[in-house]
Structures are given as structure tokens and as C-alpha cells.
Design a protein around this ligand. Structure first.
Ligand code: OAD
Length: 249
């Protein structure tokens, strides 16, 4: 893939960079995305119909089962070269912020530190009633498919992720908003840019004068607005972009 020389120059001179990632960056680690065709057992459900409080109240076993399936996929996954490239970028640019919609923890596992998890983390649980993080729930000895319960109040535990209809963590939102407004270059990587408010950050960056670069296997609603679109799997495109920008490093 030929990277436009102008883009390489912009990157070499950039001081403030922000990145929004979505499920596509973890696809090369073997974790299914949300909007690509779903496989097997879960193919007949839409994520929107599972990732919400009403669905959990209606059928806690179904929703818990879906998250257990995703957790198993994540537990067996390792960060890929795209995650690693973002760690390199964090060290290369004087100011860098990674905004992720992913709940899989792979950015942290790769070594990213300047980062906000907008949608929480799937490996944590919280009490459905009290909304506090709970390390160890009580398993139902009669029904292994039921969610564990809270040791304080007996309510079901749920994953500590943001569901449709819920607000995002405020500190993460503020940090993401600041980074989008102040950056010179904004990357949107492996996201369908379909879910608000996260999908708003690339637009904020654009309106604030940043150069918008999209890295995605497919076309998204952002593609037309981006200054550069690098098509392909993030695990190939990002390392290639870094090598082209800083040859010999
Ligand atoms: P999506 O599943 O909506 O989109 C994944 C994007 O990654 C699509 O545009 C794919 O074309 C692209 N893609 C797939 N494989 C890729 C690869 N190897 N390299 C580069 N791009 C690739 O995932 P998100 O945009 O993250 O929210 O979805 C946003 C939110 O919707 C999620 O955080 C989740 C979901 O419902 C909640 O759970 C609240």
C-alpha cells in the first residue's frame, strides 16, 4: 500500500494525536466484531437487542450467556500488531490519547497507558441493582447458566460495560472530548462509526481543524469526510504506516 507522502509529512511533524478504536482493531486477534455477520449460536441476535438493561431484566441468562461467550473469545486472545503500533505511537507523539470503544482490555494488555475505555471493561462485573463493581459474585449452584449474584444485596451481577440507553463514564467522555478538540491528527480505526456518542469524536476533531485518517477494512459513514482512508486490516495497515513514516525504526 502506497501512503501519500503528504500524509507521512503530517505525521512526522504532528505533536498532538488522538485515536478512536472500535471492534475492528481486535478482529485480527480473533474477537468477533459487532456489526460484521455474527456466527453460530449468536447469529440470530442483534447486539442492540442483548446489550441493554431491559433485555437483561427480561432474560438474564440469555444476556449473561452472550457475554460469557464473548469473554471466552477474549480470554483466549492476545493483542495484535495494530495494538502494538498504537503503543509505539503513544511514545512517539508528545501528546497522545487513545479513545477506545472496546471492552476487551487488549489495548491495556499491549501496553497502552494514555487511554480511556468509553464503554467499560467486560472482564469486570457490577451489581445490577447498586451499580458498584463487585469482584466475586455468588454462583448459583443449581443453575450454572444463571448470572452470579451480589454478595451485598443478592441482585444479579452484570458486566461492567455501557449498555444501549446508558450514559458513558463522565471522566472518560471529558478526556476524549478534550483530545478530539485539541489534536492535529485524529485516527478512526476499525470502527463502523455507527454508535453515538463515540462516533461524534471524529466529527469534533474535524470541526476543530484536525486531519482525519480512517483505517478500516470497509467503507463507513466517516470515509467520505476523512482526509485519508487507508483500506485494509488494521493489523497490517498500522504497522506499515509506522514503518513508512519512520523508516529504520
Ligand atoms: P462494529 O462491529 O460496529 O464495527 C467494526 C468495524 O471494523 C467495521 O466498520 C468493520 O468494517 C471494521 N473491521 C472489521 N475487521 C477489521 C480489520 N481487521 N481491520 C480494520 N477494520 C476492520 O464495532 P464498533 O464500531 O466498535 O457498544 O461498534 C461500536 C459499539 O457498538 C461497540 O463498542 C459496542 C457495539 O454495540 C456497546 O456495547 C455499548
Amino acid at each position: 500500500m502506497q501512503i501519500p507522502p503528504k500524509l507521512l509529512e503530517i505525521l512526522r511533524n504532528a505533536k498532538r494525536v488522538a485515536v478512536l478504536t472500535g471492534a475492528g482493531i481486535s478482529a485480527d486477534s480473533g474477537i468477533p466484531t459487532f456489526r460484521d455477520a455474527q456466527h453460530g449460536l449468536w447469529s440470530r441476535f442483534r447486539p442492540e437487542d442483548l446489550a441493554n438493561a431491559a433485555a437483561f431484566e427480561r432474560d438474564p441468562k440469555l444476556v449473561w450467556g452472550w457475554y460469557e461467550w464473548r469473554r471466552r473469545a477474549i480470554a483466549g486472545a492476545a493483542p495484535n500488531p495494530a495494538h502494538a503500533a498504537l503503543v509505539t505511537m503513544e511514545h512517539r507523539f508528545p501528546s497522545f490519547m487513545l479513545i477506545t470503544q472496546n471492552v476487551d482490555g487488549l489495548h491495556a494488555a499491549a501496553g497502552s497507558r494514555s487511554m480511556v475505555e468509553l464503554h467499560g471493561n467486560i472482564m469486570r462485573n457490577k451489581c445490577f441493582a447498586e451499580n458498584i463493581v463487585v469482584e466475586n459474585g455468588i454462583a448459583d449452584s443449581h443453575d450454572p447458566e444463571a448470572p452470579p449474584t451480589c454478595p451485598h444485596c443478592g441482585a444479579f451481577l452484570r458486566p461492567d460495560v455501557v449498555w444501549f440507553g446508558e450514559s458513558l463514564p463522565e471522566a472518560a467522555m471529558l478526556a476524549a472530548d478534550k483530545a478530539a478538540r485539541e489534536c492535529e491528527v485524529f485516527f478512526a480505526i476499525g470502527t463502523s462509526a455507527a454508535v453515538m456518542p463515540a462516533a461524534h469524536f471524529p466529527r469534533i476533531a474535524l470541526e476543530s481543524g484536525a486531519v482525519l485518517i480512517e483505517i478500516n477494512r470497509d467503507t463507513t459513514p466517516l470515509s467520505g469526510a476523512a482526509h485519508a482512508v487507508l483500506r485494509g486490516p488494521a493489523a497490517l495497515v498500522l504497522p506499515h504506516l509506522l514503518k513508512s513514516t519512520w523508516p529504520g525504526h
